[in-house]
Write a protein that binds this ligand. Structure first.
Ligand code: PEP
Ligand code: MN
Length: 353
């Protein structure tokens, strides 16, 4: 992909680049008050949704085009750059006519190649930075494909936004982070800036600080955070918005580690990691040898391979133990599911011999 910097004049090339503002533009007063408070705390890029994609009909679907005039006012009165979400060619046209400085494409739109192509066509020949959220489903190819459509249409100033992935099973997160996906995106397209959207990943304001820190520790370039002058009364995404004051507090506490530090410490740590990985393989091999012995026993006694009770016991016990050791129970369960799969395969080999 042919990419150019998304940095706007006057924005320092320093991590993290911050974009903040309400989920939705609700009223002119709410937009102006939030923007003024954010500008006073040093925020330079203001976000607000004008057209809101909602899961169910009947919710607040955004104020539409009149909201663009409020964003123009933000730009004039605070000097901030302004950005909004576009999902159709009509949105693109209206946003460009209103002088938006940056556009973003939402997760539902990114999941739809027809919509992405329509937006790409509408942006042909226009030089504006475009941020592309990951699709709602965890499909890196779809995410990259959407960005390629834009890039092929001539959009060179582009960045990705990691906003997590839908899952049926909502426990801690509103959208699962699945960090390995943006990490793989970085490996595939190293010069593409990546923003994290901790608001939509977490779904609760309490999670914003830790998710932002994680994103910084992974070397992300920026954060897009929902901030509202009166979060509890927000017309959309109330639980995940923070006041400009709280946002400033969160940003202030972030530890930004340099990407390139002296590599000596790192080499030492990598040696330790290699040792751990070695141990993991050896211990797994030992476990598989025992499984084959069990296979032999089961064959001699004409027993079935799968003993469901035992399997559930392992998953539960190890999930809980993993959690006590600071890992997510889901992660540990996934590992044990994979280990169990291989154990069954090894036993099958013995039994079918
Ligand atoms: C938003 O940023 O307000 C939004 C609708 O986000 P997403 O597309 O990530 O759901
Ligand atoms: Mn939102």
């Amino acid at each position: 992909m042919e990419l150019e910097s998304i940095l706007l004049p006057g924005i320092e090339p320093k991590r993290p680049i911050i974009i903040a503002g309400p989920c939705s533009a609700e009223t002119e007063e709410q937009v102006m008050q939030t923007a003024t408070e954010l500008a006073n705390r040093g925020i330079r890029i203001f976000r607000a949704g004008i057209w809101k994609p909602r899961t169910k009909p009947g919710g607040f679907e955004g104020v539409g085009e009149p909201g663009l005039a409020w964003l123009q006012r933000v730009k004039q009165e605070t000097g901030m750059y302004v950005t909004t979400e576009v999902a159709t060619a009509k949105h693109v046209e209206a946003a460009l006519n209103a002088g938006m400085d940056m556009l973003w494409i939402g997760a539902r739109t990114c999941a739809n190649p027809f919509a992405m192509q329509e937006i790409a066509d509408a942006l042909a020949g226009v030089d504006i930075p475009v941020l592309v959220k990951n699709p709602v489903n965890p499909d890196l190819e779809l995410w990259i494909g959407g960005m390629e459509r834009l890039n092929n249409a001539g959009v060179k100033r582009m960045a990705a936004i990691h906003r997590g992935f839908s899952s049926y099973d909502k426990k801690i997160y509103r959208n699962l982070p699945q960090w390995h996906i943006p990490i793989e995106l970085r490996r595939r397209i190293p010069n593409l800036p990546i923003f994290c959207d901790p608001s939509h990943i977490g779904g609760k304001r309490e999670l914003i600080a830790s998710l932002s820190q994680q994103a910084m520790d992974l070397g992300f370039d920026g954060l897009i955070v929902e901030s509202h002058c009166n979060p509890d009364c927000a017309w959309s995404d109330a639980a995940q918005q923070v006041t400009p004051d709280v946002l400033a507090y969160i940003l202030n506490l972030l530890v930004i580690r340099k990407e390139k530090q002296s590599t000596e410490n790192l080499n030492e740590l990598r040696t330790q990691i290699d040792e751990c990985d070695n141990n993991i393989i050896e211990i797994l091999a030992k476990r598989m040898r025992i499984c084959r012995e069990i296979g032999t026993f089961k064959k001699e006694h004409a027993m079935t391979i799968l003993q469901t009770g035992r399997y559930n016991e392992i998953l539960e016990k190890r999930g809980a133990q993993g959690e006590l050791c600071g890992m997510s129970a889901d992660f540990v369960r996934t590992i044990f599911e994979a280990i169990h799969g291989e154990s069954v395969r090894q036993q099958m080999e013995i039994i079918n011999k």
